[in-house]
Design a protein around this ligand. Structure first.
Ligand code: ATP
Ligand code: MG
Length: 412
């Protein structure tokens, strides 16, 4: 993509009302725009990051057998009355002209469970794994952390359906692994920890995936011996002791909950009478699990972890472009070589943002640092004297001259 064709512009200062690092940097870089508290538009650069994250999640969900669907956002009151959640405080409600009541989806157990009931008769129909990547709406009181807590936000929610606990447990472990794979690919492997959380009335524990950052909203107690973490909600109940290795060497850390997985067991299947016939023809209740991850929250978390005083440092797999090609001086020769390199990189399937504008080197470099592509390629009269291009990794200070003929090999 040509920089001159991006309709967004970078800002020198962040808007005064944005306190979080992710919102400040993402708005300054032209990745997102705030419509109102907790509601953001994704602009071309931000949408590319969003799509990368979406694809990573989709790939990992498909690998564990997930079947993608798209459920409605608009729900009838009746669905929510069945589970006594019509009064849920975070749920947005609306009325049609004819006086019918609706809500906007903030989660989808009430929709997916009766849907699956239409297709499940016997044990042969199980297990089933269904997920969607879709807008959720929550009337959040504390929406002040940019993409970390939206009022409208996109979530991937997966629901699994099983004939017994063993099968549910087995799949639950598979999802755990898939989640770690997602966070690893997003560059958050080192900072993200499995965290015990309350399991509600049906299981002893649920699990959160918490990414440790100085400005996280959550607090976790991290076991230095076995690396398990315990969330604030249950640490008292666990008597400030690691639930796994019993060590008392726990350290409190601020963290962001990037994902949450939960064994629902028969909580919803019972209400909706979701049953199947087992091998002996006996009727049994289906057991369920649910597994969520917020795409915007994940994107915001990546920024909270990967930045410096000049801007964002995107990890390779989620960067909007792999390379940022910059021509400086704007002379005929420089432009000709840069244009050619832009074409060649594209032909070689390297995603590249080409700064073709007539702006000073200083301005272009500052913007390149702010928007944070992993590789910066600079073509100038000086580099061309050596038949070379200057290459710098966003995460390093070192600058290297690479011969024009070697560039494709180097970048790939
Ligand atoms: P929190 O305690 O942070 O409010 P939650 O327990 O309400 O989260 P779940 O309902 O389990 O979250 O949602 C699953 C995932 O969706 C979360 O782990 C998080 O990644 C994401 N998520 C939840 N609420 C929001 C929000 N308001 N904005 C962005 N992402 C969210
Ligand atoms: Mg919540």
């Amino acid at each position: 993509m040509r920089h001159s064709q991006l309709f967004t512009k970078t800002l020198k200062e962040a808007p005064k009302d944005e306190k979080s690092i992710n919102a400040q940097l993402l708005i300054r870089g032209g990745f997102v725009d705030k419509l109102m508290t907790g509601v953001y538009s994704y602009l071309p650069l931000g949408f590319r990051v969003f799509k990368k994250i979406e694809n990573i999640i989709r790939e990992e969900m498909n690998k564990i057998g997930g079947r993608e669907v798209l459920l409605p956002s608009l729900h009838p009151k009746e669905s929510w009355q069945k589970t006594n959640r019509w009064q849920y405080p975070e749920m947005f409600k609306l009325k049609s002209r004819s006086g019918k009541n609706f809500s906007l989806g903030w989660t989808h157990e009430e929709i997916i469970t009766p849907l699956v009931k239409k297709f499940v008769l016997s044990h042969k129909d199980l297990p089933i794994f269904i997920y969607q990547i879709q807008d959720k709406f929550r009337d959040e009181l504390r929406a002040k952390s940019g993409l970390l807590r939206g009022v409208e936000f996109v979530m991937k929610d997966l629901y699994s359906f099983h004939q017994d606990e063993r099968d549910l447990d087995k799949y639950y472990e598979k999802v755990k692994k898939a989640y770690f794979q997602i966070f690893k690919r997003c560059g958050l492997e080192k900072q993200t920890f499995l965290t015990l959380a309350s399991g509600g009335t049906f299981s002893k524990y649920s699990h959160e995936f918490q990414t440790v950052t100085p400005y996280g909203e959550d607090e976790i107690y991290f076991c230095q011996k076995c690396k398990l973490a315990i969330n604030k909600e249950i640490i008292q109940k666990e008597k400030y002791q690691c639930s796994k290795c019993k060590s008392k060497k726990l350290k409190a850390k601020k963290a962001i909950e990037v994902g949450n997985i939960f064994k629902l067991k028969d909580k919803f299947s019972k209400t909706f009478n979701l049953k199947f016939r087992d091998k002996d023809g006996k009727e049994k209740t289906v057991l369920m699990g649910c597994y969520g991850v917020g795409l915007g929250r994940l994107m915001g978390t990546v920024v909270e972890v990967h930045y410096d005083k000049n801007g964002i440092i995107w990890p390779k797999e989620v960067a909007p472009f792999r390379a940022h090609l910059i021509q400086i001086e704007n002379t005929k020769k420089v432009k000709r070589v840069a244009e050619k390199l832009y074409q060649d990189l594209q032909k070689a399937k390297v995603e590249v943002l080409y700064d073709d504008r007539d702006k000073s080197a200083g301005e272009k470099f500052a913007e390149a640092d702010l928007i944070g592509m992993p590789l910066r390629l600079v073509v100038s009269e000086r580099t061309l004297k050596k038949n070379s291009v200057e290459i710098k990794k966003r995460s390093e200070k070192k600058i290297k001259l690479v011969k024009l003929s070697q560039i494709l090999k180097y970048v790939k």
